[in-house]
Design a protein around this ligand. Structure first.
Ligand code: ADP
Ligand code: MG
Length: 560
């Protein structure tokens, strides 16, 4: 049997380092955090060889006194925390005094630093060698150079991603810092070429730097909300700009970038009916709260945090997103719709106006709101119905706009919301038989009770057949066989969100179609019902229902 021994210090050190420093991006993160903690107004990062050859972070922060640089490299050496009580209210990124020591355990580290008005010094650390220390001239600030990262750890090197992937991770890290500290100047140079720069010009500039030029245009502000002493603010995308992953969602708790499942879920819950399945929003969210209400000491890299009032904050976040959608229903969609058809030349004036409105929030949210003649989240404005065009659109006017309402989508929304509230099975006059694959049949067989709860009553009818007796809606015209088959196939899919997709499809297939003439009474009934829905702006698939042409736009178009 092997003997139990205390590990030699260098082995213990490397094991501990592995927790904090698992990639070049982790080094960049720790060094940039130190620079921000030092109050830097400019941070320059230089990378070579995917970060394995060199990572250099230079800042103009308060610096480290020459005689303390050696100490900074010791484990548990920190200037940010004095006693246990301080742990309860952490306002800096760092506090464990571990980062520099961990980096020094897996790379060569050189630190040059100077405090205002004092001579500077340079310390070089190599594992197993005495620290080299010499006087060095520099202005106030600190430069940390990390070379040959993981060179002594072939195992770690083996598991690293490609240089390209590491650079992408570093770049993403930097962009997040830019969003969190938009007034700080950042530059990232990769293999001698400037890769990314932010001039410290505030959040809008940081958004463009982080998500590409134009992204800021597609974002709308969240009305700041306060809950249990926490303030939630930030910007989120409308439905025009979406991504296929959650990578463009940045969440900051007291300016610290965090990855929090509950907060991400709460954000996306707010989008539920506004984005098509599989798409994710862009967002920069800031949650600022008293330091004693957040525990940042739960994750080695401090990526996850625990919030004292997490549930309340999540609920408030979800409703803040819904409110933002209500207040600015799809600012980009009317423009998109109009440019799709042949009317573009005459309506060209719409583009600058919309752009103007959308950029208004940069200066002042109130201006943006008052210049946006779009309807509110829960009600349509009072309307006078004028008629129907194209067999598809209800034409109406409000006090300050002309409105076109897509009859099919409006009806879809109405039915969808009815379905999510109550689901009374409506017996089909003639039960429908649907042929399915063996797999589909097997999955459906397990879900018969769940389907019945949704108002869809089915029974097995042989090995690969299902008999549908009732659906949860009285359709405007009897559902054709292919609609019932489509509904059942969705009920038999694997995806977690099959229930929502099922209800959305039922709503779509049961809604009145394009081409159906409406009597004035039918149109009025539909618009009235639409105005009572939770989100009259978009159908369950996220497409816009209402297009508004404001009087201001008309005046401009006709030179009134
Ligand atoms: P922590 O940030 O948790 O305190 P680190 O190992 O990252 O631990 O840093 C140790 C100490 O070194 C810090 O507390 C700080 O006093 C000093 N330090 C590190 N980097 C800088 C920097 N860029 N500017 C000024 N001081 C720094
Ligand atoms: Mg630190």
């Amino acid at each position: 049997m092997a003997e139990i021994r205390i590990l030699p210090p260098d082995v213990a050190e490397r094991i501990a380092a592995g927790e904090v420093i698992d990639s070049p991006a982790a080094v960049v993160k720790e060094l940039v955090e130190n620079a921000l903690d030092a109050g830097a107004s400019e941070i320059r990062v230089e990378i070579q060889g995917g970060g394995l050859h060199l990572i250099r972070v230079a800042d103009d922060g308060h610096g480290i006194p020459a005689e303390q640089i050696e100490l900074a490299l010791q484990r548990h050496a920190t200037s940010k925390l004095r006693d246990v009580a301080d742990l309860e209210r952490i306002t800096t990124f760092g506090f464990r005094g571990e980062a520099l020591a961990s980096i020094a355990a897996v790379a060569e580290v050189s630190i040059i630093s100077a405090v205002e008005g004092q001579p500077g010094a340079r310390c070089v650390y190599r594992v197993g060698k005495p620290v080299e220390k010499i006087a060095a001239a520099r202005t106030r600030g600190t430069t940390v150079s990390v070379t040959d990262l993981f060179a002594a750890l072939p195992a770690r090197l083996k598991f690293l991603r490609s240089h390209k992937a590491e650079v992408a991770a570093i770049s993403a890290t930097m962009r997040r810092f830019t969003l969190a500290s938009p007034d700080t100047r950042f530059a990232l140079t990769i293999n001698g070429r400037l890769h990314f720069r932010h001039e410290g010009g505030g959040l809008v500039e940081a958004l463009s730097a982080a998500y590409g030029p134009g992204a800021a245009e597609a974002l709308m502000p969240l009305e700041p909300v306060e809950v249990e002493g926490a303030r939630i603010s930030g910007v989120i995308s409308g439905r025009a700009a979406t991504r296929s992953s959650r990578a463009a969602i940045a969440i900051f708790v007291n300016r610290r970038p965090v990855v929090s499942r509950p907060l991400l879920d709460a954000l996306e819950e707010g989008y539920r009916h506004f984005l098509p399945g599989g798409r994710h929003p862009l967002a920069a969210l800031f949650i600022d709260l008293p330091p004693e209400d957040v525990d940042v000491n739960v994750h080695p890299a401090k990526l996850d945090v625990r919030l004292r009032y997490e549930r309340a904050i999540c609920t408030a976040l979800t409703s803040a997103v819904r409110t933002a959608f209500g207040r600015h229903p799809a600012p980009a969609s009317p423009l998109q719709r109009l440019t799709l058809d042949g009317t573009q030349p005459r309506l060209r004036g719409l583009a600058p106006r919309v752009a103007e409105e959308r950029s208004g929030w940069r200066v002042d949210t109130a201006t943006w709101e008052s210049s946006t003649p779009l309807h509110a989240s829960d009600t349509l404005p009072a309307l006078r119905l004028l008629g129907q065009v194209n067999g598809a659109l209800i034409v109406a006017e409000s006090a300050d706009a002309l409105l076109l309402i897509d009859q099919h989508r409006a009806h879809e929304r109405v039915i969808y919301e009815q379905l999510t509230a109550t689901r009374a099975p409506q017996a089909l006059i003639e039960p429908a038989l649907v042929d399915l694959s063996v797999v589909e049949q097997a999955r459906l067989a397990e879900r018969l009770a769940a389907l019945e709860e949704l108002g869809l009553i089915c029974e097995e009818f042989g090995a690969r057949r299902i008999l549908v007796r009732a659906v949860p809606v009285a359709p405007s015209t009897p559902l054709p066989a292919d609609a019932i088959a489509e509904i059942l196939r969705i009920a038999a899919t694997e995806q977690d969100n099959w229930r929502e997709r099922l209800l959305a499809t039922i709503a779509c297939r049961a809604a009145i179609r394009k081409g159906r003439a409406l009597t004035p009474a039918e149109a009025r009934d539909l618009v009235e019902k639409l105005s009572r829905t939770r989100s009259p702006a978009s159908c369950p698939h996220g497409s816009p229902i209402v297009l508004q042409i404001g009087h201001a736009l008309l005046a401009r178009q006709f030179d009134w």
